[in-house]
Design a protein around this ligand. Structure first.
Ligand code: VG1
Ligand code: CO
Length: 544
């Protein structure tokens, strides 16, 4: 094997976003594009010689080609071993599990998560550290800076490796081990949850569930765990084959993109429990028969019921939520007498809190929930958590949620997304809001008085690092909030996300439609930010 040092020129657009670098496949296929970014990752790291790197992805188009390139670059850069999922597959939470279990130096995850896949759609890549979690901001910024100045990369001239069979091979001095992408993860789930109780529920004949894998990575995981280890009937897992283009669908588990599952759950003979996961397996949507669980509520309910699950039976050290996530979990933390942290959007901000043992559970409004078992959000884990609760409480999903609202009150919540808007307009809208935070404070709009308005800034309690400009918050005196931020995961134009929330304690109103309960606030969210002026949009594209 020879190591070639290849001259290259830098690309100006390799700054990682909320979760890694995401671009169109065609961008990644340009000569040197992927190589430059991978070399920049390696250049940002120290001390990996002879160490292990984990690589895997969500099965989307270009995963397999990218794995071959990364193997050759890892060998040329001096890694001792690469552990990769067979077929280049590893869900994001499974990659995190494998990095931790085998004490790897770090890992590279090939995924654009919930973004569409295929030759004309999106690809992505991100680096995870030895704790199994997404690299912290100082590392992603270092990678970006190095990518701006890169002029060469190192790559072996070894032939492609067989990535479809298990076992060890050699590439020069480096060992390549192809592992079963599912086994380690499934074993871990069996340790966390009460599989006996869950098996009983699924086999009771009076309970049924459907899991929509959306033609993405969780298919094989869900089949192994739900249909094999938990003995759910064959066919419980829908769209179970991972496809390189996700069957042309948008692998985002929400009411807009998981339409078939949603109509199944609203049919007259609906299953008792429905769930879906995204492209890379870290998101989850939870449904009951004729009932949708808002992700922010789901996090709060998992926290309130955690002691029913073996892994969390001793209670929670603390909880955390991303800033735009509703305050429902804060109320649970209050009652439990534990700390609740508010972090910027993106899983990387939970890492330090989890590593330091300050929190056990955390989540985001964007269908992401997780715990200290790995350092990524984990879609199937959340589904199993719910299944464990259902098995113990023997109530329906709707009963559990309504009971929760009665006890803690409800944080009525909605997110309105304006997708693919012109970047200039979106930036101008945010700048305008930012400039007005001072003057908005104290103003009254109808029945709402602004108590506080700012651009969210976060200081990590563990390492004191600060992240600013994380979203405009308008906090009202009645506890309601409107939050504005721009997406950091898109690959086309800008996406404006508007998060709208209001506490509701009136028992008569608790079960009303959020769009109705929030109607005044929704109007206000559009007018205060002049959304139509800046984006030309009258209505959002996706409402969750
Ligand atoms: C979105 C979500 C955020 C999530 C991120 C990655 O980011 O809002 O909560 O952590 O996606 O999730 P943004 O910047 O587009 O709002 V995934 O499942 O796409 O890795
Ligand atoms: Co994802």
């Amino acid at each position: 094997m020879n190591i070639n040092t290849v001259s290259t020129t830098a690309f100006a657009d390799q700054r990682p976003g909320t979760s890694g670098l995401r671009k169109k496949v065609k961008v990644f296929q340009q000569p040197h594009y992927l190589e430059n970014f991978v070399q920049s990752i390696f250049n940002a790291l120290e001390g990996f010689r002879g160490q292990t790197l984990v690589v895997g992805g969500d099965g989307r188009y270009y995963n397999r080609e990218a794995l071959q390139i990364i193997l050759k670059m890892a060998a040329a850069n001096g890694f001792g071993k690469v552990i990769a999922g067979r077929g280049a597959l590893l869900s994001t939470p499974a990659a995190s599990c494998v990095i931790r279990k085998y004490k790897a130096f770090g890992g590279i995850i090939l995924s654009a998560s919930h973004n569409p896949g295929g030759p004309n759609a999106d690809f992505g890549i991100k680096y995870n550290a030895s704790n199994g979690g997404p690299a912290a901001e100082n590392i992603t910024e270092a990678i970006y800076k190095l990518s701006l100045a890169i002029n060469e990369y190192h790559i072996s001239d070894a032939p492609d490796i067989d990535i479809d069979n298990l076992g060890q091979q050699k590439m020069g001095d480096m060992i390549v081990e192809m592992i079963d992408p599912v086994a380690d993860y499934a074993d871990m789930m069996e340790q966390l949850f009460d599989f006996d109780a869950m098996r009983k529920l699924l086999g009771s004949g009076t309970f049924s569930m459907s899991f929509d894998a959306m033609n993405a990575i969780t298919g094989p995981y869900a089949r192994e765990i739900l249909e094999k280890r938990l003995a759910a009937p064959a066919g419980t897992v829908l769209r179970a084959e991972p496809l390189v283009d996700f069957g042309g669908a948008h692998p985002d588990p929400n009411l807009a993109h998981a339409k078939e599952l949603v109509s199944l759950m609203n049919a007259s003979n609906a299953p008792d429990f429905g769930a879906a996961s995204d492209g890379d397996g870290d998101r989850n949507m939870i449904l009951g028969s004729h009932f949708y669980v808002t992700p922010s509520d789901s996090l709060a309910i998992l926290a309130a019921n955690a002691t029913l699950v073996p892994a969390y039976a001793k209670g929670l050290a603390g909880v955390a939520r991303s800033m735009p996530t509703s305050q429902a979990v804060d109320r649970v933390a209050d009652v439990l007498g534990i700390d609740c942290y508010e972090t910027p959007t993106g899983w990387k901000f939970f890492g330090n809190l989890l590593d330091a043992g300050k929190i056990t559970l955390c989540g985001e409004e964007s269908f992401g929930t997780g715990s200290n078992h790995v350092r990524e959000k984990d879609g199937l884990w959340a589904v199993l958590f719910w299944l464990n609760i259902l098995a113990v409480r023997k109530q329906s999903v709707a009963e559990i949620v309504k009971d929760h609202w009665q006890k803690f009150g409800r944080d009525v919540y909605t997110r309105h997304d304006y997708e693919g808007v012109a970047t200039d307009g979106a930036n101008a809208l945010m700048q305008d809001l930012r400039a007005r935070t001072g003057e908005l404070a104290g103003q009254t709009f109808g029945s709402y008085r602004v108590e506080h308005c700012d651009d969210f800034s976060y200081t990590d309690v563990v390492d004191n690092s600060t992240s600013s400009q994380q979203g405009i918050r308008i906090l009202f005196s009645n506890g309601a909030r409107i939050v504005y931020r721009l997406s950091g995961t898109g690959t086309e134009g800008a996406t404006l996300r508007v998060y709208i929330e209001q506490p509701e304690k009136d028992p008569a109103k608790l079960e009303n439609d959020p769009q109705l309960l929030l109607s005044e606030l929704i109007k206000l969210s559009a007018s205060v930010a002049h959304i139509e002026n800046y984006t030309g949009r009258h209505v959002p594209d996706v409402i969750t």
